[in-house]
Design a protein around this ligand. Structure first.
Ligand SMILES: C[S@@+](CC[C@H](N)C(=O)[O-])C[C@H]1O[C@@H](n2cnc3c(N)ncnc32)[C@H](O)[C@@H]1O
Length: 181
């Protein structure tokens, strides 16, 4: 199945576009885009990079009363995931804008020219956009945005740390959770 024909997964929200490869916002300068697409090669790559589907996780609606993201979705393991496994790529819209209001925006890097490059999955993305932060759920994350840190058991929710700054900028949630600085 080609990357463009892959179907969206169960429970995918109808108002969010499901994508299999990053999209580039016009705010991303050409050299930054070339770097991201083809490493150090400045020549734009004609064929977009496609990312393989994941068979390790699925989206699940959270109903547990004690879960701080109850009424939202989370990403859960469908089989045991060994330490250091690649779980899923975080795909979304690559941009160089201030998107402080987005809860789905990851900072990628700062370019030599000072562009802050982010990847925002608020309006388009893949299953990775449903990864929750571990706070209030487990004592520590079981994954990082680079590689799996510990083994993950079948049925476990995939949990990362969004970082203290992310939570500090959202004071309402921070007040509700105990273990922030
Ligand atoms: C990237 S989204 C994660 C997916 C989200 N649960 C959903 O269904 O779209 C980030 C949002 O999830 C919620 N969230 C994630 N981790 C949380 C946690 N530990 N406690 C409370 N809310 C959390 C917050 O509403 C946050 O703004």
């Amino acid at each position: 199945m080609s990357s463009s024909s892959r179907r969206q997964p169960p429970l995918w929200p109808s108002h969010i576009q499901y994508i299999n490869a990053p999209r580039y916002h016009p705010s991303v300068p050409g050299p930054v885009r070339s770097f991201l697409i083809s490493g150090t090669n400045p020549a734009p790559q004609k064929t977009p990079i496609s990312f393989p589907p994941t068979y390790l996780v699925r989206i699940r609606y959270i109903t547990e009363p004690s879960h701080p993201a109850r009424g939202q979705n989370g990403l859960f393991a469908v089989r045991k995931i060994l330490p250091r496994s690649h779980i899923i790529d975080y795909i979304g819209e690559v941009h160089c804008q201030d998107r402080a209001g987005s809860d789905y925006d990851l900072s990628l890097f700062r370019s030599e020219d000072g562009d802050n490059v982010g990847i925002d999955a608020s309006v388009m993305g893949n299953e990775a956009r449903f990864v929750n932060d571990y706070r209030g759920i487990r004592s520590k994350p079981n994954a990082v945005f680079v590689e799996s840190r510990t083994s993950v058991q079948k049925g476990d929710e995939i949990l990362v740390s969004y970082g203290k700054n992310w939570w500090r900028s959202r004071t309402a949630q921070t007040n509700a959770l105990p273990d922030f600085a």
